[in-house]
Design a protein around this ligand. Structure first.
Ligand code: UDP
Length: 317
């Protein structure tokens, strides 16, 4: 099967490329490298350096393709608050273009990177796919708009589609080109920030007065390798005219302080931290109910927080 990976030079997309390649899939990548890194692209692999907003780039990228894994998009909550139009343009308009060009090219299969941000502040924990969707930031709104767009496309054009709603993705994958890991600039994610913490520049703990057992936010972390395993299972589960939505997390949660403890155990050193005000837009607790992905995709995440911390740490060296 020939899979077009949009966003294949980013953290999650490049990991997908590597795992798909190892499993014998034929791959093309479409990426504008606005936040990704072209040095992730394996030698000899078909790479279209282009944009979702450019019809001819999309048409070229879709030539000979059977299915799309759609990772490309803007993904920072804070930035989306400052630049909602940019997020709407790249994420929503970009995906509209992709779906239009898929129809023209006769490509009828898509696995989309959606997000737990579509749910907003949850009423019930753990969160089921049937929970209300009330995104609290433009990033989450764009992901929800795309999920709805894909549902319509599936009903009207009979495309086979899956949206995967990620909780907190972490960890790294080593390959013949070194480590595929988070290389965001600036880095906003907790695990890399904790591991880079120094006395001169301690990691900030955003809020210590949340209604949780230790006062810090709780999140559901899933290893990027497990996440891609779910994508491949989703790809092989696609049914014409059906759009399924699955949560991808571990089904359990860790507080910010528990992540700091795990990092301290991995490094053998006390991690310097500084208590800071709450970050706007953060819900107190986000934990996925992953029963549906387990039952319907036959997926079980096997790597825990210690693996995610250890792999991220190893990727620094
Ligand atoms: N967080 C933190 N300090 C940081 C980065 C994140 O305390 O430097 C907290 C953040 O408030 C959230 C959790 O860690 O409760 C996970 O944040 P991250 O940005 O990694 O992912 P998000 O949950 O926003 O997708």
């Amino acid at each position: 099967m020939h899979v077009l990976v949009t966003g294949g030079t980013g953290y999650i997309g490049s990991t997908a490329v590597e795992i798909l390649r190892k499993q014998g899939y034929e791959i093309s990548i479409l990426d504008d490298c606005s936040t990704g890194h072209a040095d992730c692209v394996p030698e000899g692999l078909r790479f279209i350096e282009g944009s979702l907003l450019n019809t001819s780039d999309l048409a070229e990228a879709l030539e000979g393709v059977d299915a799309v894994m759609h990772f490309a998009g803007k993904s920072l909550v804070g930035e989306s608050v400052d630049k909602p139009d940019l997020y709407h343009s790249v994420n929503v308009d970009g995906t509209r273009n992709l779906l239009d060009q898929m129809r023209i090219a006769g490509v009828g299969k898509i696995v989309f990177s959606s997000s737990a941000a579509t749910y907003g502040e949850p009423e019930v924990i753990p969160i089921l796919e049937t929970a209300p969707t009330n995104p609290t930031n433009p990033y989450g709104s764009t992901k929800l708009a795309i999920d709805h767009m894909i549902s319509r496309e599936s009903a009207e054009q009979a495309i086979a589609a899956v949206s995967l709603r990620y909780f907190n993705v972490a960890g790294a994958l080593t390959c013949d080109r070194g480590w595929l890991a988070e290389r965001h600039n600036p880095e906003t994610h907790l695990i890399p920030n904790v591991l880079r913490s120094t006395h001169a520049n301690p990691v900030k703990i955003f809020g210590t007065d949340w209604p949780t057992s230790d006062g810090t936010c709780i999140r559901d972390y899933v290893h990027v390798i497990d996440l891609i395993d779910a994508h491949i299972k989703a790809l092989n589960s696609l049914v014409e005219g059906v759009h399924e939505i699955y949560n991808l997390g571990s089904g359990g949660g860790y507080s910010v302080r528990q992540v700091v403890e795990a990092a301290s155990k991995a490094t053998g050193q006390v991690i310097p931290t500084v208590d800071s005000p709450r970050r706007s837009g953060d819900p107190a607790v986000l934990i996925a109910d992953i029963t549906k992905a387990k039952a319907q995709l036959g997926w079980t995440p096997t790597r825990g927080i210690n693996d995610m911390v250890a792999d991220t740490l190893a990727s620094f060296s």
